[in-house]
Design a protein around this ligand. Sequence first.
Ligand code: MRU
Length: 353
Amino acid sequence: MVNRPRLEWSDGKLRYLDQSRLPHESVLIETDDHRVVARSIRTLGIRGAPAIGVAAAYAVVLAARACGAGPEQARHCRDAITHLSETRPTAVNLFVSLERMREQLEAGASAGDADLSRRLEAIAVAIHREDQDACARIAALGAPLIPPGSSVLTHCHTGALATGGGGTALNVILEAFRRGSVRTVYVDETRPLLQGARLTAWELVQEGVDTVLITDSTAGHLLKLGRVDSVWVGADRIAANGDVANKIGTYTLAVLAARHNVPMYVAAPVSTVDLLTVSGDGITLEERGSDEVTSFGGVQVAPDGVRAYVPAFDVTPHTLVTALVTDAGVVRPPFGETLRDLIGQRPRAEVNR
Ligand code: MRU
């Protein structure tokens, strides 16, 4: 297996590869400043729902370490949490992590905790460890769903860089590949920022997988030709009824997969399930700047004055999802009750305080 660089926490610093510059440049960021982490999340240097959640937790620790103990430290951490929560609206992992950090912060602050940053660090490390475990379980549970000789299609990037561990949907595909089941992986380039072309193809090629890059609009043609046996994607937020918010274009793929009777699998940790949001209609979908579509690689490709509509995500109705592959189990329709039970059993890592 290729040793891929991941989010790393050591000596009070967070280290990560700037995903916005891959694969042409491998820029390793090392920072002890929570604002640098927030900026990276906003600019997609750190992206992918689980990775955003893990990085945000460490960013709160960085904020705590930047101040001496006392009310000033607690205030600084609260400001950091607010700042981080404003970076991206859709991935629920960000808010779940920040809420856990806030709980610890408020408990410690009201008790006059002189060791607050160490306790916050323990929670962040636990969030990270839980994500690593979740990724491993998702791969083990999902791989048997890919029968030998399969060709699969994936969208966006759901590999190691997008998580604190080995990845979600892409981790399933890689595990199935290692078991000898995957013939070819078709990768949507994933407009507009090319997470598929830049990151998924990069990870798969390094692993020696037969990888075929396609434009997003080629997917329907490929499915019609019968060349795809299953479709695998991740999620930024899964509503209580099983509706899935994920990278723009996922809904299109789901409709096409249903039209051609091809299974559509969504792989995500239970930390991506948001029981407080009843259905996909309640999910805030981020809109990004028009330059992400009117320019390509920094070169303007559309006329001055044109408007662009750039949602980063769409919602796939649960009726189009064959199964949710989570770390707590593979869930098939009807999703509602099963998802609620799973959240009750959400695995949490032991916290070393
Ligand atoms: O805008 P991005 O690149 O952060 O969007 C990411 C996705 O849509 C992923 O599919 C999702 O976060 C799952 S990553 C394991």
